[in-house]
Structure formats: C-alpha cells, structure tokens
Design a protein around this ligand. Structure first.
Ligand SMILES: [Mg+2]
Length: 233
C-alpha cells in the first residue's frame, strides 16, 4: 500500500474496458461479425494473430507512438497482411468499430456498484479508446447520466498514463477534487501508472489475482467490483 488512505473518496475515476465492461465479449462478437463479412466462418482460427497485433498497437498508444484513430485502421492493415487475406482493411475496420459499439455488456453487478457509489461520490469515466466506440457503448448501456465527466482518449488527443488526460477530467469536474480522488482500473500500465503520474490514489481492479509491481506502489486493490462501496466510501 502506498499513501495514506483518503476514505471516503469524493471522486472516483473509472476505466471502462475490462473494468466495468466485458470488452473480451464485445471484441469477440465484433471480430466474428467482421470475419464473417470477409468469408471467414471460424474467427477463432485467426483471432490470435489479430489479438497480438491489436495489443501491440495499444501498447504503442500508451507509449505515445501512435494514436487510437490511427490504430483503428492499422490493426486491420497489419492483420490482412499477416493473415494473407484478400480483403479491404478499411471496410473491416469500419465494420469492427461498429460491432464494438453494438456488442458487449457491463460486467454483472457493475451497474449496481456505479449506482451505489453515485449517491456518495462524483464519478467520471476516463478511457483509452475510440470516440465512436465508447460513445455508442455508453449510450446503449444508458450509463451517461451516472458520470460527471466522460473523457475518451481519441477525442482529446492524449491517453492514459499521460497525466494530461487526467488534467482534462479535473478541468471538467474541478481541480479541487484531485486531492481526494481515486482511479479504479484493471491496467497497471495505463490506469495505475496514470493515477500515480496524476498524483491521485490508485485502486487496482485485479479479478484474476495477478502479481503487482514493486516499482508501482498502489493504494488499494480489489478482486471484485462488489467490494468497491465498502473500500471507497
Ligand atoms: Mg481497462
């Protein structure tokens, strides 16, 4: 544990993907629809190749080497080349992004946790992703009203862990909130390192009990979202 706990927190920043939202299910459904559109009926045969490319590109986004809006197409350009497909990467990229918005649900219990917290703290969403995808998910899941601020990296031009994206959230909700804010997220590289860089407390959502990192001291860790009201309020 790092700094002294500042419970109750007046401000909670949430990551979306793999924290509140079942991104794996969303991606699998969107990927299957995209592959079907180019005649591949067994998406599992080519998914590992796509997944490697996509994950490497998102890590490059976190390092500031590319942008989400570039990644949107480059992942399919690289995938078409790697899988030796005769297909149009632009059409695949469009169909995939449409699917990412249309498929996938919040993790079970996540909405209840947001509702339990929202009466007591200010909630914001801070997500590395594409505007078109994340806006459609938030609209479809009907969660926009829970958040005082929704900041999406592709819309603002900076990504977690850059503290500049946190500055944008605090511009929206008030700089005074930074001193008793906490970020909840699953990623050490983007959410937890970002929280440390922004000078706020960190709460690692670690459902699979992964090992942390000595060089990244965190304030809190939960294995289940359901424990958040007890831990944060
Ligand atoms: Mg995440």
């Amino acid at each position: 544990m790092g700094s002294l706990r500042r419970v109750p927190y007046s401000t909670v920043l949430f990551d979306l993907d793999h924290t509140l939202f079942d991104t794996d299910a969303s991606e699998a459904a969107a990927f299957a629809a995209t592959m079907a559109s180019v005649g591949i009926e067994d998406p599992t045969s080519v998914f590992p190749a796509y997944d490697r490319i996509n994950q490497a590109l998102w890590r490059a986004v976190e390092r500031g080497e590319t942008t989400p809006n570039e990644l949107r197409l480059t992942r399919f350009e690289q995938f078409v080349a790697a899988a030796k497909l005769d297909a149009d990467p632009t059409e695949m990229a469009d169909r995939f992004v449409e699917g990412l918005g249309s498929f996938g649900e919040l993790y079970e219990g996540a909405l209840g946790v947001l509702e339990a917290l929202s009466g007591h703290t200010s909630l914001s969403l801070i997500t590395n992703g594409l505007g078109q995808v994340q806006r459609e998910r938030v609209r479809r899941l009907d969660i926009a009203d829970v958040f005082d601020s929704i900041v999406i990296s592709a819309e603002v031009g900076v990504s977690k862990p850059d503290p500049a994206i946190f500055d944008i959230v605090f511009d929206h909700i008030g700089e005074a909130r930074r001193s008793d804010a906490v970020i909840v997220g699953d990623s050490l590289d983007s959410d937890m390192a970002g929280g440390v860089n922004a000078g706020i407390d960190t709460c690692w959502y670690n459902p699979n009990g992964k090992a942390g990192r000595a060089e990244l001291p965190l304030d809190l860790e939960v294995q289940s979202l359901a424990t958040l009201p007890d831990v944060l309020l």
